[in-house]
Design a protein around this ligand. Structure first.
Ligand SMILES: [Zn+2]
Length: 253
């Protein structure tokens, strides 16, 4: 029973406990190429947030990890079977309710630990920050925390070498054998600005990828997954500790 995981701890331990920082992992339930489980983003969020919190806790951080929200924004995947979409406005409502509890009970820092590319919390954080001036609300995308090119051969952004490696390390029993892995090739928008990144439109997922993956998982290994997991959780553990110890009123120098 880990004292920094809300789902595992109990009223006996929590009565009178004090925390500085709540971490809310946020995933998605969606197809991940042919071979990875629909809960891939949830599994990654669970394990990465828990291990990061462990590392921070052992250095004295007063951190509590809330249960992972299992659904994310999948508006671009509406025709992919059982991808469960949560609209951004629903995310605003959920966060608003969670923050109301934290704010009332004096846990004034919240880090949203995002595990899914379609979740975009910035505008929500702005809006709720205005509504709850005593709260420090922030967000991190763990998948952007490291330079992936030093860990993986093929770049990608969905069910790619990175995600396949992580799942081979965390939940190998849920990964299909590699003869089942799709290539994860992506069709680019004919209008160059969108692939160059200076204009944005949501990708119609079923039209850009045949197997729902983006990024070739071919060279994924458990060892790469383990190295990356350790690197991300070292870095995130430091971030949890820093936020936990930070003075909300005195953040700038
Ligand atoms: Zn994913």
């Amino acid at each position: 029973m880990r004292p920094y995981i809300l789902a595992e701890t109990n009223w006996k331990a929590l009565k009178g406990a004090e925390f500085e920082l709540a971490v809310l992992p946020w995933g998605a339930t969606e197809a991940h190429n042919y071979h990875l489980p629909y809960a891939t983003d949830v599994i990654e969020a669970d394990y990465l947030a828990a291990e990061s919190a462990k590392k921070a806790w052992e250095k004295g951080a007063k951190v509590i990890v809330l249960p992972t929200i299992p659904f994310g924004v999948n508006t671009g995947q509406s025709d992919i079977f059982l991808d469960i979409n949560l609209n951004p406005s629903t995310q605003l409502a959920i966060l608003s309710d969670v923050i109301e509890v934290l704010n009332r009970q004096g846990i004034n820092k919240l880090l949203i630990f995002n595990s899914h590319g379609g979740n975009d919390f910035k505008s929500i954080v702005r809006e709720l920050g205005l509504k709850y001036p005593d709260m420090f609300i922030c967000v991190t995308n763990w998948f952007q925390s490291m330079d992936r090119s030093s860990y993986f051969d093929n770049p990608g952004d969905h069910a790619d070498e990175m995600e396949t490696s992580l799942l081979l390390y965390l939940k190998p029993e849920l990964v299909l054998p590699n003869e089942e892995w799709g290539k994860g090739s992506e069709k680019k928008n004919k209008i160059a600005a969108f692939s160059e990144g200076w204009a944005w439109a949501e990708r119609k997922w079923s039209q850009v990828s045949e197997d729902t993956g983006i990024g070739n998982p071919e060279f994924a290994t458990k060892e790469k997954g383990e190295n990356f997991f350790n690197a991300v959780t070292d870095k995130m553990g430091d971030l949890f500790l820093e936020i936990s110890e930070a003075d909300r009123q005195n953040l700038y120098e």
